[in-house]
Write a protein that binds this ligand. Sequence first.
Ligand code: ARG
Length: 244
Amino acid sequence: MKRSIIVLMSLCAAICLGACSNGSGSGKLVMATNAAFPPYESVEGDKVIGIDPEIAQLIADDLGLELVIEDMAFDSIIAAVQSGKADIAMAGMTVTEDRKENINFSDPYTTAAQVILVKNTSSVQSPDDLAGLTIGVQIGTTGDIYAEDIENANIERYSKYFEAINALNQDKIDAVIVDREPGKVFVGENPDLVMIDEEFTVEEYAIGVAKENTELLDNINASLKKLKDSGKIDEIIGKYITAE
Ligand code: ARG
């Protein structure tokens, strides 16, 4: 009799654990990001604001977790997720085959592109004109990877895009490769800079999760689907990005 009660109790506990867990374990959803990438993430006062933290907050709410944001160098984010220091990578991060070898990606939540920024006096009109020039990128980004394919280009790698933008303003470099929406923000803030119309590539942003954390990945995808279907993702993006 006693034994059957114990068996029953442990069965209940097991069912509850399975049903109540959200794949994070700690009650927190720790997001690794690099908050120098408006409108996706930037620092305002002591807060990280932008499209990514807003979407992450809705996912955390849906999963019953407390969102904690860790701001770090972009090229540290994947390692932070792999080591368990963070639960998710969310940093306007493009899905690439190389990155997929180290982390899993959720379903994409938006599309993006790499573009070229130059001084308004520059003769560069398309990606083909970049051969032999000095190009600024943020270290470890897809812009960095594309720059490597440009013939005879000299690549200057910065830890933040702002530093590349400053170097471009000071004519220390000839062009910056950056994601389109941050590129628009930088052009808006720097009157001497222009964006080349032709896009380099089309990309997709998604949330990175450690390979072994498949439960969290499934939960994030389920949340994302709900948020997409209800129009919430479009609403957040629309708050920061005006369609032309
Ligand atoms: N989309 C590019 C990439 O994944 C750049 C992302 C940079 N993000 C940032 N928060 N600084 O490589």
